[in-house]
Every structure is written in C-alpha cells, then in structure tokens.
Design a protein around this ligand. Structure first.
Ligand code: CP
Length: 303
C-alpha cells in the first residue's frame, strides 16, 4: 500500500474523507463511553511547528496518547532545519525514526517537499495555503448539530485565507453550497476556486456579507490577519463590514450555526454576543479537532 499522506482535502478521495469522518464520530462516542483502545501502541508521531499553536498541538498530542502512541514535539528553530538543513533531508532522517510526521509551517511548498521525501505519512497541520484538519473538525461539528452537510449552505465572510481555501475544497468534497463574501484584495487563491468548481463545488462570490449569509445554514469567519500574513494586513475599516455580529447573524436561518477555528479576535471579526451566543459551536469545533485528527492518524497509519 502506498503511503497515506493527509496534505489537503483535494488530495484525499471523497470516500476516504467520509470514512474518516464516520470513524471520528465512532471514536468520539467510544471515548465518551469510557472505552479505550490502543491501535497506535508503539507508534510515534513527530510534530514540527514553525508557527504557534494551541489546538493543533494539544489535540494531536492528546489524540496520539489516547490511541496508545507517543509524540515528539519539534520546533523548526530548535532543529537543524532552522540552520539550513533541507526539508528533504529532514524528511528522510525523520522517516527512519518515527511512524508519521505532522507539520505546521509557512509555505505549502515546504509541506509538499516534506511529503515527497518522507517514507512515512505526513499530515498538514496548517500552512499559509490550507488547513485541512480544521475542515475535518468543522464538517464533523456541522453534521453533529444539523445532520448531513450535503446540500446545505455555508457562508464565509472576512479574509480569503488558508481556512477558506480548505473550505472551498470541502464544498466540493462534501457537496455543500458555499457563499463567500470578502473585500476587494482579499480574494482566495484562484487555484482553490478552480479546483472546487472543477470537482462540483457550488460557489457564490459576492462583496456583500449580507447577501452571503442570507438564509445560510452556517456562518464561518476567521481573523482578519492570519499568522505570518501580517504583510497582508489591511486597515480594519476594510474588514469591519464583514464582522459577524448579531445583526448579520440574524440574516441567516434562525437555527444557523456560527463557526470560527479560533483563536478569535473578539470585537474584530466576531462580537462577543455571537461567539458566546446560542448559534456558536466554536468549542465543539475545537473539541472535534481531537476526534477528527484521531481518525486522520488512524487512516494514515492503517489502524
Ligand atoms: N485553529 C487552530 O489551528 O488553532 P491553533 O492555531 O491554536 O492550532
């Protein structure tokens, strides 16, 4: 069997993604029921972080432990990687020691170079381009609260960042309608739009957040300046019309969900009344990072 990497939703089949989500639901239920199995006993996950993290770091670490495995936490600056050893050589060396590698890094090319040179599975824990693990947790969360996401309408308002790129891919893989409202100059990368549309994604783009969220089943947003993207920072007055506040939330369906991958910048992209209000499922999303990623780890490692 070829090595199973989890680099992007576009790189994994619809069937495999659905398998992982179903598996995540079962693993979550078993954990809540107190059942513990250790399918990854003896396995080690190396976690490389070139950027800060709370949820990704802790959920992968706890997830591996719950599956019976172990983790090694590595930061780029503490490794020879930070002293000009190449990603390719790092991939070849780590593959001799560990059973899988999770990386959070800057450019997507670093992730792909790691993947091309590793002989063990590589998991994308976020790059400047995409965040597929987040979307696995988000789809799991939506379906937990509202049933199958296929045919539903999700609205994105704010910056066209890495989470939106994976959301665009998810819309094709999981067959939901996606409305996108971003200000001029913050559009998502065309390649993700093209890929989604070529694979059946039903996308609608508008400058109007009100139009995007109208009768939507879920509103999603993220911070206006992504980690490491400060050079793209723009005046908050550009984004302020895209803030998810009670008035904007009220334009979606009465039972619409609000999602945010966190960390949130309260008072900027979302108000307290929304993120702490009855529509918000942001902490379920954070929890489901754990369950969804356990399913990703099990799929990658054939457990
Ligand atoms: N949503 C997310 O990836 O959180 P962290 O940056 O804390 O890992």
């Amino acid at each position: 069997m070829s090595v199973r990497h989890f680099t992007d939703l576009s790189a994994v089949s619809e069937g495999d993604l659905r398998f992982m989500l179903d598996d995540a639901v079962v693993r979550k239920a078993r954990l809540k029921a107190g059942e513990r199995t250790k399918p990854l006993e003896g396995k080690v996950l190396a976690m490389i972080f070139d950027k800060p993290s709370t949820r990704t770091r802790v959920s992968f670490d706890v997830g591996m432990r719950q599956l019976g495995g172990e983790t090694i936490m590595l930061t780029g600056t503490e490794m020879q990687l930070g002293r000009s050893e190449t990603i390719a050589d790092t991939a070849k060396v780590l593959s001799r020691y560990v059973d899988a590698i999770m990386i959070r890094t800057t450019s997507h090319e670093r992730l792909l170079e790691l993947t091309e040179n590793a002989t063990v599975p590589v998991i994308n824990g976020l790059t400047d381009d995409t965040h597929p693990c987040q979307l696995m947790a988000d789809i799991m969360t939506f379906e937990e609260h509202r049933g199958p996401v296929a045919g539903k309408t999700i609205a994105w308002t704010g910056d066209g960042n890495n989470v939106l790129h994976s959301l665009l891919e998810a819309s094709a893989r999981f067959r939901f309608n996606l409305n996108v409202a971003v200000p001029e100059g913050s559009e998502p990368a065309q390649k993700h739009i093209d890929w989604s549309q070529a694979h059946g994604g039903k996308l609608h783009f508008t400058r109007s957040p009100e139009e995007a969220v109208d009768q939507a089943d879920c509103i999603v947003t993220d911070c206006w300046v992504s980690m490491g993207q400060e050079h793209r920072a723009r005046g908050h007055n550009v984004f302020s019309p895209y803030q998810v506040n009670a008035k904007l939330m009220a334009r979606a369906k009465p039972d619409a969900l609000f999602m945010h991958c966190l960390p949130a910048h309260r008072g900027e992209e979302v108000t307290d009344e929304v993120i702490d209000g009855p529509h918000s499922v942001v902490f379920d999303e954070a929890e489901n990072r754990l369950h969804a990623q356990k399913a990703v780890l099990a799929w990658c490692l054939g457990a």
